[in-house]
Design a protein around this ligand. Structure first.
Ligand SMILES: Nc1nc2c(c(=O)[nH]1)N[C@H]1C(S)=C(S)[C@@H](COP(=O)(O)OP(=O)(O)OC[C@H]3O[C@@H](n4cnc5c(=O)[nH]c(N)nc54)[C@H](O)[C@@H]3O)O[C@H]1N2
Ligand SMILES: Nc1nc2c(c(=O)[nH]1)N[C@H]1C(S)=C(S)[C@@H](COP(=O)(O)OP(=O)(O)OC[C@H]3O[C@@H](n4cnc5c(=O)[nH]c(N)nc54)[C@H](O)[C@@H]3O)O[C@H]1N2
Ligand code: SF4
Ligand SMILES: [Mo]
Length: 742
């Protein structure tokens, strides 16, 4: 008898349906076993009936109970007692904390205007309620600055939209039917592991799996072939593939004629993109590019999985825009198993958020203009007292958007409210961020599970509940099942759901709107009931309660564009996009070089990428010893040629830096990384790193070509050996000492 079976037959045990809250495409449905005599959760596993979860959680969330019950969990409100940034706190009652915070926010709003208050959040939980649910109501009513949430996916998302109209992709289950699978800039086994069983099913039927990645990741190792590529050059590869396909007449003439726009212009454009030309850019031999194009065009169904790793650079939007044209060119959409998936979130694009977010509350804020929008990846600039830098943080995503000047910067940020995020560790240009967080005049409130690097800078640190302790609804970005999360246990200690914390703050600020009196369950019920679009005909509260998840009302099998129907302005896959021209872009696929390509530097002579470590989820789990042990230490993959040229040995400390900062890592000398490129798996907590920093010391606030998105993998660095004891190079002591200057 398995544990699970035992739990099911034990009358003492209650089984509660829920869903993983993390920022991961899989959004796994889970079941929690609760011992009714103690109220303790004693077991957790993937929901066996969910068609994508299929009964399995990943190696991180398998341990979600351990994380929830960890002795380091925050269980009471805390108020700062030491100097700013020291992480020294003393307990305070909820009543007092809420009252003092409300008072300070009121002061800031009176003196500087409500836009001096900035919410900062991302996807610590992807829950629609504990994410931006009650928070939106609160910040709308307040008239606070808005946050453009650009840290992850916006560049690729926009690029995909220009070509296809919505972030709709072939469904995950369909990959089992593919005969060729390109895994392109995605480390599937780490960041999207529930796709893999479908990939394996396809392989059992003879499918070939090719991984295109600068690194031989665990996914590349498990695939049939690894094609190493220079970071930021995928757009050029896609152009050359289109060149070969069109030159050899391998396109699907009929599909192209009926369901695409601008084929003649595309043919003319890609005529110049020979495999030879792309080879000099991508580092992939011309013959391999031509062969890949033929294989792709002649093997059906052909599936492409791109993920967000591919678009974290200054040409990221255009790269995705180009790749997204490929399936239409060869007619891959026709068959189940063919197409492309970047995200499935577009399947949920008709969700009506009005009852949840209450945009009309803004009218009660007293603000006579729409609040400014601050780009989250420019948090360093946003927290500056210099209006010129603050203006740079204003969100202006398209080339046609006017560049804001210092006179439009608005008030300095005087209060920062952080929830579901850990900016001191995850945001780029870390020294700029910490300089801002360290400002004595900045009032910072952090809602958290643990005392993160960001929490150290808080004036008030408020204990939040985890997914085991609160209600929520989640929409995934790697399949088409909406899920309900029911609390399995009572909140630990005095912790409260984000929703309740914002509710209490609202009341303390005198916001008497009924929106702040609604409890979590009624909010979710109302949200579900308010959906009118036919895509949500299957989404009923009772169904969610009973099963835990429901599939959108989509045809089964779902072949989204088998007969066109692209949600673009023309209704076709747009090889030529007027919307792009109107927004200030080249209307045809082109190669937008990454920043590191343009700004060559003799000193900063290596390219750094820093994708997710297997055992962390962004920064989540990275504070727990079990997961840190799995990752060993903050590391740098470096090719033997690059290591030898610098006198770097495997396992030795290296200093990685550039104009912005530096960080101490341990070299892993390996042929698993393309020469000229170094890779640092992350996101480590700074306080658990040897020098109290992480790799975001060297990343930049620069925006991508589209969506004003982050460019985490577009960084030039130098790498130097750190000598133990005396000798040339920096000593370990010196490397560590620099930290104090942060
Ligand atoms: N275990 C685990 N899972 C996660 C996360 C985590 O931290 N840990 N994070 C979650 C989040 S927030 C996200 S957004 C997703 C991210 O998941 P993915 O989109 O898979 O993102 P990355 O791991 O950033 O990048 C994937 C691969 O792209 C490669 N890559 C980098 N630059 C380029 C390039 O220019 N071209 C090509 N072809 N490849 C490139 C990297 O080497 C990496 O192997 O994963 C989610 N899942
Ligand atoms: N160098 C480098 N930097 C990166 C990336 C990279 O690949 N390389 N990836 C980028 C990407 S793709 C992303 S998405 C961002 C991720 O950035 P974040 O979203 O900030 O990262 P997470 O670690 O997922 O979540 C942050 C915090 O949310 C908290 N949290 C979770 N649930 C709740 C809740 O219910 N209530 C409250 N109050 N808190 C909660 C967790 O405890 C955690 O500390 O990082 C970006 N930064
Ligand atoms: S992190 Fe991803 S793979 Fe792991 S349980 Fe959550 S949704 Fe599933
Ligand atoms: Mo992300």
């Amino acid at each position: 008898m398995t544990h699970r079976e035992r739990y099911h037959s034990d009358p003492q045990i209650r089984i509660v349906n829920g869903v993983c809250p993390h920022d991961c495409p899989d959004t796994c449905a889970w079941q929690v076993a609760v011992d009714q005599s103690t109220g303790q959760a004693v077991g957790i596993w993937g929901h066996p009936d969910h068609p994508v979860t299929r009964g399995r959680l990943c190696g991180k969330v398998d341990r979600y109970l351990e994380r929830t019950y960890h002795p380091d969990r925050l269980t009471q409100p805390l108020k700062r007692v030491g100097p700013k940034g020291s992480g020294q706190f003393a307990p305070i009652s909820w009543g007092q904390a809420i009252q003092e915070i409300a008072q300070r926010l009121q002061q800031v709003a009176q003196e500087w205007g409500p836009e001096a208050i900035l919410p900062f959040s991302y996807a610590g939980t992807m829950g629609l309620l504990q994410g931006e649910g009650m928070a939106s109501r609160f910040f709308n009513r307040l008239g606070a600055s808005r946050l453009a949430r650009t840290i992850c996916s916006e560049a690729g998302f926009e690029g995909y939209l220009y070509s296809l109209g919505a972030a709709i992709g072939q469904e995950t289950e369909s990959f089992a039917h593919a005969r060729l699978i390109l895994i392109w800039g995605s480390n599937t086994l780490t960041s999207n592991m529930h796709l893999w069983p479908f990939v394996q099913e396809a392989r059992c039927q003879g499918a070939r799996v090719i991984v295109i990645d600068p690194a031989r990741t665990r996914t590349a190792r498990a695939a049939d072939e690894w094609i190493p590529i220079r970071p930021g050059t995928d757009g050029a590869l896609a152009l050359a593939m289109m060149h070969v396909i069109i030159q050899e007449g391998l396109q699907d003439q009929e599909y192209v004629a009926h369901y695409t726009l601008g084929f003649p212009q595309l043919a003319e454009r890609v005529a110049e993109w020979t495999p030879q030309r792309a080879a000099t850019i991508t580092g992939i031999p011309p013959a391999r590019i031509a062969q890949l194009a033929r294989e792709y065009a002649t093997t059906q169904p052909a599936a492409i999985r791109i993920n967000y790793g591919i678009q974290r650079h200054q040409g990221g939007g255009m790269a995705v825009r180009n790749i997204a044209c490929l399936p239409a060119l060869v007619g891959a959409w026709r068959r189940y198993g063919g197409g492309i998936q970047l995200s499935t979130s577009g399947g949920f694009r008709h969700l009506d958020f009005r009852t949840l977010h209450r945009p009309e509350l803004l009218q009660r804020s007293g603000l006579d203009h729409p609040p400014r929008t601050i780009n989250m990846i420019r948090l360093g600039d946003a927290l500056s007292l210099d209006p010129a830098r603050r203006a740079r943080a204003l969100y202006h995503p398209r080339p046609v958007d006017p560049i804001p000047g210092p006179e439009e910067a608005g008030p300095p940020v005087k209060a920062l409210i952080v929830y579901n995020s850990n900016p001191a560790a995850v945001a780029p240009d870390q020294s700029a961020v910490t300089a801002g967080l360290a400002r004595e005049d900045l009032f910072t409130v952090v809602l958290e599970h643990f005392q993160t690097d960001t929490a150290d800078y808080a004036d008030y640190l408020l204990p939040a509940t985890t997914q085991l302790e609160h209600w929520d609804i989640l929409k995934p970005y790697g399949h088409y099942f909406l899920a309900l999360n029911r609390p399995a246990i009572a909140p630990l200690g005095q912790s409260l759901p984000n929703s309740e914390i914002f509710r209490r703050l609202a009341r303390a600020l005198g916001f008497d709107d009924p929106a702040f009196r609604q409890d979590d369950v009624s909010i979710l019920q109302e949200f579900v009931a308010s959906q009118r679009h036919p895509d949500f005909a299957t989404v009923r509260w009772e169904a969610l309660l009973e099963q835990g998840f429901v599939r959108l009302n989509l045809p089964q099998p779902f072949r989204p564009f088998a007969e066109g129907g692209f949600p673009t302005p023309s209704g076709k896959c747009e090889f030529f996009s007027q919307r792009m021209a109107d927004d200030g872009y080249d209307p045809l696929p082109t190669w937008t070089p990454p920043g590191h390509w343009r700004e060559s530097s003799a000193q900063e002579d290596l390219l750094l990428i820093s994708p997710p470590a297997h055992s962390f989820l962004n920064t989540t789990f990275a504070n727990l010893e079990r997961f840190r042990r799995r990752e060993k230490e903050p590391r740098l993959w470096i090719h033997p040629e690059d290591a030898a040229a610098r006198g770097i040995e495997d396992g030795s400390p290296v200093s990685v830096g550039n104009r912005r900062g530096q960080v101490l890592l341990t070299a892993r000398v390996t042929e698993d990384i393309t020469p000229g490129v170094v890779l640092a798996p992350t996101i480590w907590w700074r306080k658990f790193s040897p020098d109290g920093r992480n790799v975001n010391q060297v990343t930049a606030q620069t925006e991508a070509d589209m969506g004003a998105a982050g460019t985490f993998y577009d960084v030039r660095v130098w790498v130097k050996p750190v000598r133990e004891g005396t000798g040339s190079g920096a000593s370990r002591q010196e490397a560590l000492a620099i930290t104090q200057g942060d």
